[in-house]
Design a protein around this ligand. Structure first.
Ligand SMILES: [Fe+2]
Ligand SMILES: [Fe+2]
Length: 160
């Protein structure tokens, strides 16, 4: 699996969940928000632990620093979302904030970071990273409560 293809596929899964949550009734929203938090946890974990450190160089450093900051903001919004019940009326406000932040971040990765990475990572390297990320993603999903780590990751951005 090519690392960039794997990450891009997860981006589309996130897009789909955002769309599903917007259409869902209030009870479903709580369930789907939990799935969203899990997917965001898996995705940010494999990017922060494997992809970002592996593609770090002078060209990408600034984009990566922005990225871990944007991940931090998404985790903070996700944490607040999980604490809320939709009927509190805050759910949609925080959901929209989370969605906007994540969509902007995903756009930067796909339009700026990934094309840059393709310039210096050959296919063999991308496939090696993809395999490592698939293994870590499976490990995170096997945890009892994958999204439970979010509140512990909201103080500082992940190290690069
Ligand atoms: Fe990211
Ligand atoms: Fe991403």
């Amino acid at each position: 699996v090519n690392a960039i293809d794997l990450l891009t596929r997860q981006h589309r899964e996130v897009d789909q969940l955002f769309a599903d949550i917007e259409k869902a009734d209030e009870d479903q929203q709580i369930v789907l928000a939990e799935s969203l938090a899990e997917l965001l946890t898996v995705h940010t974990t494999i990017e922060e632990r494997i992809f970002y450190p592996s593609v770090k160089n002078e060209q990408t450093m600034e984009l990566l620093q922005d990225s871990v900051q944007e991940h931090l903001e998404a985790k903070r919004a996700a944490e607040r979302l999980l604490e809320l019940e939709p009927e509190e009326g805050q759910f949609m406000r925080i959901f929209k904030e989370l969605k906007k932040g994540v969509e902007d971040h995903v756009g930067e990765e796909e339009n700026d970071l990934f094309p840059l990475v393709r310039q210096f990572c050959d296919l063999e390297r991308l496939e090696d990273l993809g395999r490592q990320m698939e293994t870590l993603a499976a490990q995170v999903l096997e945890e009892k409560d994958p999204a439970g780590r979010i509140p512990f990751e909201t103080d500082t951005p992940a190290p690069l």
